[in-house]
Design a binder for this molecule. Sequence first.
Ligand SMILES: Nc1ncnc2c1ncn2[C@@H]1O[C@H](COP(=O)(O)OP(=O)(O)O)[C@@H](O)[C@H]1O
Ligand SMILES: [Mg+2]
Length: 292
Amino acid sequence: MQRHLKARGSSLVVDGVGKTFGHGADEHRVIEDLSLRVDPGELVCVVGPSGAGKTTLLRCLSGLARPTSGTISYGEQELTKPHADIAVVFQDYRGSLLPWMKVRDNVAFPLEGMGVKRAARRERADECLAAVGLPGVGDKYPWQLSGGMQQRVAIARGLAYEAPVLLMDEPFGSVDAQSRFDLEDLTLSLRERLGITVVVVTHDIDEAVYLGDRVIVLGGSPTTVVDNLTIDLGDDRDQLRTRAHARFADLRTHVLTLIRGDRSAAGSADTPARDEDTPGQAAAVTESAVRR
Ligand SMILES: Nc1ncnc2c1ncn2[C@@H]1O[C@H](COP(=O)(O)OP(=O)(O)O)[C@@H](O)[C@H]1O
Ligand SMILES: [Mg+2]
């Protein structure tokens, strides 16, 4: 379902994707038969344990990597290479910002390859820095900023593409707790203001529940979708109120239980609303994810 009238872009559809690394005796099947769908304007969190293949999935969603089996499509098109509509914020700002380049140039850097003229690049970089709450830092170097501010710069660079879809890989993993809350709220407000579609990959269950319209839970070996939860906490999320809500606790407990592999307990009377409620049957829930 399209969440916002002003939402731009197309749906991302992952259909039966598998990903294998290595060959012969070294073959390692990381992802198997994974299906999900993200519609324009949605904020979807993908949560799973470390090593589950979240980064691998995100790389496939960005077109930077190809699945071994199954398909990923964006709108009518199969995604076989990076698409101008899809921007990525990578896992760690420390590895993605160039220390010898001023902040403005870091943000504007990808635009050069897109043929945007110098003055327009500069203007767009400054707009994006303002959008992430960092007006006036364009002439500083990344290392002159705090970790939280550097992560904002990395988000500004993602926004500079003006892509309708923003993919984020563990975007707030390296910052302190207060900056993390601020960055989560920034993400919510950017989605609202810009009508973008956001996919956040995280191992942090509380963060996934706090941010998501939906949370897609990954599990199993190889990894697949074990649940696709609608987060019925309303649109108006607040770090103190939302996290203190009994429903928030129910949802996080449900996700944590799934991730620990205790499916029977997860299918109790407290099971949160799903698109199609089939308590405790991971396979059936996965199918409901496919049909969305
Ligand atoms: N390029 C690669 N070559 C071989 N194995 C890889 C490669 N990328 C990821 N893997 C393996 O795939 C698994 C999932 O990795 P990753 O997607 O980074 O997980 P996550 O992001 O959930 O922590 C890990 O076992 C990792 O070692
Ligand atoms: Mg990762």
